[in-house]
Design a protein around this ligand. Sequence first.
Ligand code: SF4
Length: 172
Amino acid sequence: MFKYAADIIKGVLSLCEGLGVTLKHFFRKPFTLRYPDVRPEIPLRFRGRLVLPVDPDKGAHRCTACMMCVKACPNRSIEIEKETGEDGKPKPRAAKYYYNLGTCIFCNMCVESCPFAAIVMSDEYELAVYDRETLMQELTAENLRLDGAKGAWWKSKFREETAAGKGEASNG
Ligand code: SF4
């Protein structure tokens, strides 16, 4: 009889404890968002799709086709074709920058290896496609203007490097 009463008290206490947790969460601010109507704020260090943005100071991309990113990529997701001059000699500029989103593991090694801050991992996170062919992207053709907080951060990054005498290249 005594054990029976003790079990009932234990059950009621456990129920109150559970209700207490529920009540505590009921008055908390929600952690979830009404996605896709409400979009999350993306941190600057977020690694989305790789992009080759247009440098607003130059009006062109900053890639010199030095191939550092190609060598740094552990998954061989980048291929670059150099521009050739009228004399047939290669120029320090990428004519085509092929990026395979399908094999990219978003490790950021390419961005870190680039001495010219030419590439950056964007805020783009909705990357699903219906056609696998579209995962191979040619980035010079995009002429992408990087705006927002990420764009400002990227510009400050290469301007700092240029001011410090690093990341300069004859890109013409
Ligand atoms: S490391 Fe930078 S400059 Fe060199 S090829 Fe890659 S993106 Fe272009």
